[in-house]
Design a protein around this ligand. Structure first.
Ligand SMILES: [Zn+2]
Length: 319
């Protein structure tokens, strides 16, 4: 009996292992309303725990008396070919390599920019019609996001190539032949900004993100707003408690004590819509955990084992 029992056990373990592995590779589904909305993100996965337990979360309300930094971020932006994606949560333009910002003497490469409707940050409690986020990452994996409010006003020509090519449905990135986009022209002319330590505004809500929010808004027309709303609407997270944080002056960061600099270079886990374009977006990065890998590996070992055993049984019977 033993052999047949072992064979059955092997097949069962195998099945469990492989299905667990397959299941784990599926992204966790999240959204902006109902059971998968922002209030529930922290419950959807242990990987999303920071969404509910984090104490330095984004976005936040920026009060009228918040510290303003002068225009001391170095923008080294080049035009990029236009690659646009509807990832199910937002419209995102993936940026060609070679554009960066320098903050505190550290270079952060521009990966992508994307949009929220309405804005995520608020100014003295007031939201903008939309908000654009330019997501950057340094060589250590730390993220710096430049945000700008988008108010309704004049038509925005610099965004026209993106608006003309927004995929209506969720799908893979689309490289638009012959179209380019220039992040430097999208940003407001006035580059003064608010700075604070925050998080991704989408699951897994990882903290350790440098937030640089422009004091000046950019404009889009009523028609441009309506065009975006036909694809995504209310894709924003509400403002989070400031807690013990305060608004930072970059000049002070330059002369910060050693332990403060060490804290600043902490590496943020990388994922989700506020995260690099090179990583899966929908549902963030929820790769298989160690348990899943163990089951998967055990399953594969059992497959091989059961095949060998079966071969021995057949051989035995043949004899
Ligand atoms: Zn964002």
């Amino acid at each position: 009996m033993k052999r047949s029992t072992i064979l059955v056990l092997a097949v069962v373990l195998c099945f469990v292992g492989l299905t667990t592995l397959a299941y784990a590779s599926d992204p966790i589904h999240w959204g902006y309303e109902g059971d998968i909305g922002p209030d529930k993100w922290g419950d959807l996965s242990p990987d999303f725990a920071a969404c509910s337990t984090g104490v330095e979360q984004s976005p936040i309300d920026i009060p009228a008396d918040a510290t303003v930094n002068p225009a001391d971020i170095q923008f080294n932006y080049q035009p990029s070919n236009l690659t646009v994606v509807n990832n199910g949560h937002t419209i995102q333009a993936n940026y060609d390599e070679g554009s960066s910002i320098t903050v505190d003497g550290v270079t952060y490469n521009l990966l992508q920019f994307h949009f929220h409707e309405h804005s995520e940050h608020t100014l003295s409690g007031q939201p903008g019609a939309m908000e654009v986020h330019f997501v950057h990452r340094n060589d250590d994996g730390k993220l710096a996001v430049v945000g700008a409010m988008m108010n309704v006003g004049a038509e925005n020509q610099t965004l026209a190539p993106v608006w003309a090519n927004m995929p209506a449905e969720e799908g893979d990135p689309v490289a638009v032949e012959g179209a380019t986009v220039n992040a430097d022209e999208i940003l407001p002319a006035d580059r003064s900004y608010y700075r604070y330590a925050g998080s991704l505004t989408t699951p897994p809500c990882s903290e350790g993100v440098i937030w640089l929010v422009m004091t000046a808004p950019i404009e889009i027309s009523e028609e441009q707003l309506a065009t975006f709303q036909q694809i995504h609407t209310n894709n924003f997270r509400s403002v989070q408690p400031l807690n013990d944080r305060h608004f930072l002056l970059s000049a002070e960061m330059d002369s910060a004590p050693a332990e403060m600099e060490a804290a600043m270079t902490e590496t943020a886990p990388v994922a989700a819509a506020d995260a690099p374009a090179t990583l899966p977006q929908s549902g963030g990065v929820t790769g298989p955990g160690s348990t899943d890998l163990w089951f998967g590996a055990a399953g594969l070992v059992m497959v091989i084992g059961s095949l060998a055993l079966r071969r021995r049984i057949i051989t035995h019977q043949d004899n």
